[in-house]
Design a protein around this ligand. Structure first.
Ligand code: ZN
Length: 188
């Protein structure tokens, strides 16, 4: 299996809606295995297919909760229901979010407290997870990727402005920029 380059904000594949998966074949199995390798190498708790340049509605996640329960899986053609997003300012510590497509940065962002994810696993089985807290946040973040939305698109004015500056300074925010976990150490 392989670690894939991760596209950086500015690449068109990250800013357009992905297409539903229709073929559950070996190509899909390989893609998902490579996505897990890439997510683990980064390291990250979630990764969506557009982040590795594939415009398909797939994300993987791997996160351990406070009780050391491991939440790990593949969400293909997911649907997501969320409670209303709370208003007010985000807590910069407890609500600090990052994205492997804007490596090395974190910003406070308010997210819905609860989410229900319905999706198909790699073996074709359907599953549903009703969750809250950080896993609900991961699902919202990854689901957004499939609609071409980065968390930076949801930040308040000051944070969005700061992201813009970072992208510019690092020569990002334009097409064809990527980084490779294990080669470019931008998140560890
Ligand atoms: Zn992301």
């Amino acid at each position: 299996m392989a670690v894939l380059p991760i596209r950086i904000s500015g690449d068109p594949v990250l800013h357009s809606a992905a297409l539903p998966v229709t073929k559950f074949d070996r190509t899909l199995t390989t893609l998902v295995a490579n996505m897990f390798d890439t997510m683990e190498a980064a390291p990250g708790v979630g990764l969506a297919a557009p982040q590795v340049g594939v415009a398909l509605r797939i994300f993987v996640y791997n996160w351990s909760d406070a009780d050391d329960v491991v939440w790990r899986g593949t969400a293909i053609n997911p649907e997501l229901w969320i409670t209303p997003t709370p208003t007010g300012e985000a807590n910069e510590e407890s609500e600090s979010e990052g994205c492997l497509s804007i490596p090395g940065e974190r910003y406070g962002l308010r997210r819905s407290a609860q989410a229900i994810l319905r999706a198909t696993e790699l073996d074709g089985s359907k599953f549903e997870i009703a969750t809250d807290g950080w896993l609900a946040r991961i699902f919202q973040h990854e689901f957004d990727h499939l609609d071409g939305i980065l968390y930076a698109d949801r930040l308040d004015y000051a944070s969005a402005k700061s992201v813009g500056k970072v992208l510019k300074k690092r020569g990002w925010g334009i097409p064809d920029q990527s980084w490779t976990p294990g080669v470019d150490h931008l998140e560890d």
